[in-house]
Ligand binder design. Structure first.
Ligand SMILES: Cc1cc2nc3c(=O)[nH]c(=O)nc-3n(C[C@H](O)[C@H](O)[C@H](O)COP(=O)(O)OP(=O)(O)OC[C@H]3O[C@@H](n4cnc5c(N)ncnc54)[C@H](O)[C@@H]3O)c2cc1C
Length: 420
């Protein structure tokens, strides 16, 4: 007999999208005995958000972007030439419904709701990775030195809200004086007036290598990979998912849509009205300069970060509203380069300009769970600025849902039904 959580019949699952979400979901599923086929139109980790991110594992980051004071800051941030926010004007009209929903979610009550349920999964994020890392060698790839945020007094509101909320969640944080910042990171130009260290945060020196190690483990454990651009999702008369390319259909017992910012192209086909859009972000590398930092730093006034990686210093930032099809903005790249040189005047030429797509929902909670209309279809996307951190825990949750296991977590807040 087949009981709850019993997958002895080896149900088949098709997972669409081999970013960090799709790879972790596939790995957790295969460990539970499912037959898994993972699809991606590209080679895993070639260009996706899971390749180009800042590499932070940020379990402390539960204070969301949708907060009451952000609305006052947006106009000046949009006008600032050194700031983090930008809008492609040809996309402004398309963004209006998303912005209206975002504004609604900036109430104190909604901010606290997002913070509580981000904290629920962020709190489990590192231990979920540790389960997966037990089977691969990450010794050269993950460092446990924390992450530093720093700021100047100029034009910056107090960081009190974040610091107090994190205190309430019991998150470890160490307020830093300028002297302490200098002791920890002596090469940064001393423009700062204060900062905070999150000592439990980690970073990777190469997100792509981690993704590929997890992917290789999935293949080693019997997983299948199909390099296919998935165009359609439909269902057989028995409600089994049919995943379609231009040439073929693949049938499974269950399917998962986990295509990051591109997920909406498929969820629109199953009659869901999910307001997923993208916050575009960029990175550049300064090769051979990673010795200038011991750990990632974020300069809050200008909203960008720098992580020491194998490729050099990776300078990461910008929230640009402009959809999936606009070309990269040279101005935004230049802004990152100039910001990096502001902190490290010795930097010269940069390499590898990259544009990536954060998958963002207007309440800044991800969607993790079954489809509203099809019990055999599951979603995991919309992890915005924290999708790298939340890869393993989302994978564990989705695999548990598909295996029909019991959980102590309150998973309803992540359901797509909140938008219907
Ligand atoms: C600049 C920047 C910095 C960031 N820094 C951090 C950080 O430091 N820490 C953190 O936690 N998060 C960070 N993030 C966020 C994080 O990178 C993303 O949330 C996360 O990578 C999303 O993972 P994903 O698997 O959902 O999507 P993706 O990584 O985008 O993967 C989706 C995959 O789906 C595939 N796909 C899409 N459509 C189809 C289709 N139709 N058929 C087949 N395949 C398809 C794509 O090719 C892709 O491989 C950052 C993001 C950006 C842009």
């Amino acid at each position: 007999m087949r009981g709850r959580g019993d997958v002895s019949l080896k149900s088949s699952v098709g997972v669409i999208g081999a970013g960090i979400q799709g790879v972790c979901i596939s790995l957790y599923l295969i460990k539970k005995g499912f037959k898994v086929t993972l699809f991606d139109r590209d080679n895993p980790g070639d260009i996706s958000a899971s390749y180009g991110n800042a590499g932070h594992f940020s379990p402390y980051a539960s204070v969301p972007i949708n907060r009451p004071d952000i609305l006052v800051d947006v106009p000046s941030m949009l006008l600032s030439s050194t700031g983090p926010l930008a809008l492609k004007w040809n996309y402004a009209l398309k963004m209006i419904p998303w912005f209206l929903k975002f504004i609604k979610n900036c109430s104190k009550k909604n901010m606290l709701h997002t913070a509580k349920y981000m904290n629920q999964i962020l709190d489990l994020s590192l231990s979920a990775y540790d389960e997966l890392f037990a089977d691969i060698d990450i010794s050269e790839l993950v460092e446990n030195k924390g992450i530093i945020y720093f700021w100047t007094n100029k034009d910056l509101k107090s960081r009190e809200l974040e610091i107090n909320m994190r205190k309430q969640f019991g998150i470890k944080q160490q307020i830093l004086t300028p002297h302490e910042i200098h002791d920890l990171e002596p090469h940064i130009r001393q423009i700062y007036h204060g900062g905070v260290l999150y000592p439990n945060a980690r970073h990777t020196r190469n997100p792509k290598k981690i993704l590929l190690k997890l992917f290789d483990l999935f293949i080693k454990k019997g997983g299948r990979f199909e390099k296919q651009n998935i165009k359609t999702i439909s269902f057989t008369s028995e409600n089994r998912p049919l995943i379609g390319t231009d040439l073929n259909f693949y049938t499974f017992d269950k399917a998962v849509i986990t295509c990051g910012a591109f997920s909406k192209k498929l969820t629109d086909q199953v009659n869901e009205k999910i307001p997923l859009d993208t916050e575009r972000g960029y990175h550049v590398h300064f090769k051979g300069h990673d010795h200038l930092l011991s750990r990632p730093v974020i300069f809050l006034n200008r909203g960008f970060g720098i992580t020491p990686m194998e490729q050099g210093l990776r300078v990461v930032g910008t929230v640009e509203f402009g959809g999936l099809n606009n070309p990269p903005s040279k101005k935004r790249i230049l802004n990152l380069v100039n910001n990096a040189k502001y902190l490290f005047p010795e930097l010269r030429d940069h390499h590898d300009e990259w544009l990536g797509f954060r998958p963002s929902l207007p309440d800044f909670l991800p969607i993790i769970g079954p489809s509203k209309n099809h019990k055999n279809l599951f979603y995991s996307f919309g992890h915005h600025h924290l999708g790298w951190t939340l890869g393993a825990i989302s994978g564990k949750i989705v695999a548990g849902m598909i295996a029909e296991e019991n959980t102590n977590l309150d998973l309803l807040p992540y359901s797509s039904t909140r938008f219907n």
